[in-house]
Structures are given as structure tokens and as C-alpha cells.
Design a protein around this ligand. Structure first.
Ligand code: HEM
Length: 154
């Protein structure tokens, strides 16, 4: 395995874990939890789910730029030689990171406080905000992958 192939595989796996995890949470776990659980149990479930998933997102958040910049040095002559689609990828990474940090730093503590106080309506509202932010990040992540897979040159 060449060094580029190794770094490239790590990059793809990190993207897969982050975007795939959001897809599963949004498209599968969320409707299943709504169908099977009452609000208190559902909110407690998400409080168990998010911190576990976010550990992996943190790994992806660190690995993506490290491996991405590594690939740029291995085969594109550094940042200056980065194709335009890689520059777009970096920009969308910053947007995805900002949305993730918003959930981690603001919205998850709000959910935790509401569940701690057994204030279920407030918990539902906090979960609704997280759902919207994750939905947006999922759309950006899927659009990013579809876009860079085409390696557009213009
Ligand atoms: C600072 C952040 C990032 C940098 C510097 C970066 C850099 C790169 C580079 C240099 C490549 C190889 C391009 C090629 O071989 O033509 C690549 C491929 C790829 N990246 Fe990123 N990337 C970043 C973030 C992301 C993010 C956030 C995702 C998705 C969530 C992502 C998904 C992908 C995918 C799917 C490929 C494979 C595309 C292909 O070769 O067909 N990257 N990235």
C-alpha cells in the first residue's frame, strides 16, 4: 500500500463514519424512536446516543483535515497546488465543523439541562433544534461527497 493510498483510505473512512452516522441517526433511528418511545424515554435515548456518536465525529473532525492536507503534500504540491474542488471541500468542511460545534457546545447542553430538570417540552424543543442542525449538516456532507466524487475541473 502506498502512503497516499493509506492516507486516502483514512480520509474516506472518516467521511464515511461522520456522514453515514448522521444518515443513520436522521433516516433510521429518529423515526424508529418516535414510533417506539414516549417523549421522556426518547429524549433520554438521544442523550445516550449523541455523546457516543460525537466521540467518533471528533475523530473524523481531526482526521479529515490531517489526512486531507497530507494528501495535498503527497500528490498535489501542497496547498498552492490544490485543485478547486479540494478548496470547495475545505470550505464545506469548515461549515460542517461549525454546525457540529454548535450542537456540541450549545444545543446538547440545552437538551441535557432540560432532561435533568425533567422539562420534557423544553427537551423536545432542544432536540428539535439538534434535528434541524444535523439535517443541514447531513445535506452538506452528502452534497460534498457527491461533488468531490465527480472531481470537477473548471
Ligand atoms: C480540511 C478538510 C479537507 C481537506 C484538506 C481534504 C482534502 C482532500 C484531498 C486532497 C482529496 C484527494 C483528492 C483527489 O485525489 O483527487 C480528498 C478526497 C476526498 N475527500 Fe476530502 N478533504 C477535506 C475534508 C473532507 C470532508 C469534510 C469530507 C466529507 C465529509 C471529505 C470527503 C472526501 C471524499 C469522499 C474524497 C474522495 C473523492 C475522490 O477522490 O473521488 N473531505 N480530500
Amino acid at each position: 500500500m502506498t502512503p497516499f493510498a493509506f492516507v486516502y483510505a483514512l480520509h474516506l473512512l472518516a467521511a464515511l463514519v461522520w456522514v453515514g452516522g448522521m444518515f443513520f441517526a436522521w433516516m433510521v433511528l429518529r423515526p424508529a424512536a418516535v414510533a417506539a418511545l414516549e417523549a421522556p424515554a426518547r429524549l433520554k435515548l438521544w442523550l445516550e446516543v449523541f455523546p457516543r456518536f460525537f466521540r467518533w465525529v471528533w475523530a473524523a473532525v481531526i482526521l479529515l483535515p490531517v489526512t486531507g492536507v497530507g494528501m495535498l503534500h503527497l500528490s498535489f504540491n501542497g496547498m498552492a497546488g490544490a485543485p478547486r474542488y479540494v478548496q470547495v471541500m475545505m470550505g464545506l468542511y469548515v461549515a460542517m465543523l461549525a454546525l457540529f460545534l454548535r450542537i456540541q457546545a450549545l444545543q446538547l447542553p440545552e437538551l441535557r439541562a432540560a432532561v435533568g430538570a425533567e422539562d420534557w417540552p423544553a427537551g423536545g424543543a432542544a432536540l428539535g433544534k439538534i434535528r434541524k442542525t444535523v439535517g443541514l449538516n447531513l445535506l452538506i456532507g452528502m452534497a460534498l461527497v457527491a461533488f468531490v466524487a465527480a472531481r470537477p475541473h473548471w
